[in-house]
Design a protein. Sequence first.
Length: 155
Amino acid sequence: MPDQDNDKETENQKTAPETVALDNPRQLFKYRFVTVIGDMGENVHKDPETLFLIGSLAASLIEQVKKPSWTKTKAALSPQAYNELLNSLKDQANQLAAKGKTKAAYAVEIMALSLIAPTMLDDEHIASGNDLLDTMIEDTIKFYRQRTASKKSMS
């Protein structure tokens, strides 16, 4: 007869998070991507400031590219524009983090993760999370626009 304690250990081992190799950029990206998707779903909606920052950045980017949505903005980027935007986001996130502006750095990171994710759609977790993250970003754009519209109407 199997020992119930051993069954619990085996069950816990199955659900334990996988070890992330810090020297494997793809695995590190996947870990961070999945973590951020979970955080966006569970916590960020409770933080209007972070929602506003994500929406503000995303709205600014889509206005620069003159597309109606974040998804269409990503799709419209040339390889050169993609690389320039990704490098800009990386630099911006690092500068914000160094200044202790963690919410703003997080907003920039989310945009970078969303930008990179379509290049890794062969991974089932990233593929399933990609559309979800884009939808979440679109929702933050709506939130940002509603907030700024209501402030303008109050003026």
